[in-house]
Design a protein around this ligand. Structure first.
Ligand code: SF4
Ligand code: SF4
Length: 162
């Protein structure tokens, strides 16, 4: 008999909790957003689309090694003795040609772990979350510009930096 009344009390209490939430929301203003005309302001450290400023990438592979799902693909080639690849914006000498730097955002879990070890801070998570595509292959973002390495003599590279 005791358990009967206890169950009755618990049911009434849980109904009251649910109704209480409904009642509270009845008197608060609606927060529906008319997307895409209106958009939420992303928090300062929101983790969305990755971006690599390839001019500052030294091809060190640290981001790829940190990635838990292996969705960063990097291919590099050592610069020849007569090649000067220049410096990053922070003054780090570039010794590797980054021939491939792809990120498969279809596999990415947006953990941000790849951005922390980057020594030149060129790999960042941006606030851009609107990156839907119709074809999954379009989620592979290619940042490398292999054509930039087509035979560049040392004096031409240093003239560019001036
Ligand atoms: S955010 Fe996480 S899953 Fe995505 S590429 Fe970086 S380390 Fe990999
Ligand atoms: S950690 Fe940074 S510098 Fe190194 S390969 Fe990745 S993006 Fe490039």
């Amino acid at each position: 008999m005791g358990s009967y009344f206890r169950n009755l009390y618990q049911s009434a209490a849980s109904i009251w909790v649910g109704l209480n939430i409904t009642l509270k929301h009845m008197f608060t203003p609606s927060i529906t957003l008319q997307y895409p005309d209106e958009r939420w302001q992303m928090p300062e450290r929101a983790r969305n689309q990755l971006f690599n400023d390839i001019d500052d990438c030294i091809g060190c592979d640290q981001c790829a090694r940190a990635c838990p799902v292996d969705c960063i693909y990097i291919e590099c080639e050592k610069a020849g003795p007569d090649e000067d690849l220049g410096l990053t914006s922070k003054g780090t000498k570039k010794r590797l040609k980054v021939l491939r730097f792809d990120i498969d955002m279809g596999l990415c879990c947006y953990c941000g772990l790849c951005t922390y070890p980057c020594p030149t801070e060129c790999l960042v998570m941006t606030p851009n979350y609107e990156s839907s595509v119709y074809d999954r292959t379009d989620l592979i973002y290619r940042y490398a510009r292999p054509w930039d390495y087509e035979k560049k003599p040392a004096d031409a590279a240093s003239a560019e930096r001036r």
